[in-house]
Write a protein that binds this ligand. Structure first.
Ligand code: DX5
Ligand code: ZN
Length: 232
């Protein structure tokens, strides 16, 4: 089992007028991935950024860009984001007519593929496509906006997803990452890690803080403290 932990600042809370500088700053401050939220005012009630912006930030960092598609339909945007430099692409199963096909398309484009689960979406979609998935992203808020509160029930869902992923790993030797998105802060990240997450999206907690490095280090300390003495 992969025992490392990734922190993925969501640029939704960054200063959009200085995006290149902002992504460099969080990576220099110790972040692992850049989380890139794509909203279409159709699947979610908000409108953000597309492949052109991904292409624009790509030269600023070598870190993986984690594209979270909150769009419907999904398929048309997959090749555009792959070409724009995305490394991971996740989408919501409700937004694709053919989930298996979309997952295969993401990998065919050379990216890692993942499914995103809204708070009320059951994990059942995983059942028949685990072999096409590199990561599972659980929403701990309803998608559409940064700065919302963490939904406590997500901890229970994380445990269920962790059990599925661990059993898949035991059976196949394959690693699937478990990412959490929404309301992650320094004061709850330990409990979130203990419940099973290994990859943490944080938007307002990082970009809303004065010192990115201090915030990311505090998050890592909380994760380490929560995990000390556990098997993972
Ligand atoms: C919400 C987005 C999140 C959001 C997280 O739809 O998917 O990535 O930016 O923001 P915080 O960390 O502020 O909840
Ligand atoms: Zn997101």
């Amino acid at each position: 089992m992969d025992s490392s932990f990734r922190i993925a600042p969501s640029i939704l809370s960054a200063d959009f007028a200085r995006l290149g500088e902002e992504v460099r700053a969080v990576i220099d401050a110790g972040a692992d991935w850049i989380h890139f939220d794509v909203m279409d005012n159709h699947y979610v009630p908000n409108l953000t950024i597309g492949p052109l912006v991904c292409e624009a930030i790509r030269p600023h960092v070598t870190a993986p860009i984690d594209v979270h598609l909150m769009v419907e339909p999904v398929d048309g945007l997959v090749p555009l984001f792959a070409k724009a430099g995305a490394n991971l692409i996740t989408f919501h199963p409700e937004a694709s007519r053919h989930v298996d096909r979309t997952l295969a398309m993401i990998r065919d484009q050379g990216c890692k593929a993942g499914l995103v689960f809204n708070p009320a979406t059951p994990l059942d979609h995983l059942m028949h496509v685990m072999d096409k998935i590199d990561l599972v992203l659980l929403m701990s808020v309803n998608p559409g906006f940064g700065g919302q509160g963490f939904i406590p029930q997500s901890l229970k869902k994380l445990k269920a997803a962790r059990a599925l992923i661990d059993s898949w790993h035991r059976d196949t030797g394959k690693t699937v990452l478990l990412e959490i998105d929404g309301g992650v802060k320094v004061d709850n990240i330990g409990a979130i890690a203990a419940a099973g997450a290994d990859t943490f999206v944080a938007g307002s907690a990082i970009f809303g803080s004065k010192d990115y490095q201090a915030t990311i280090s505090a998050m890592r300390r909380e994760i380490a403290a929560a995990m000390s003495g556990t098997a993972r």
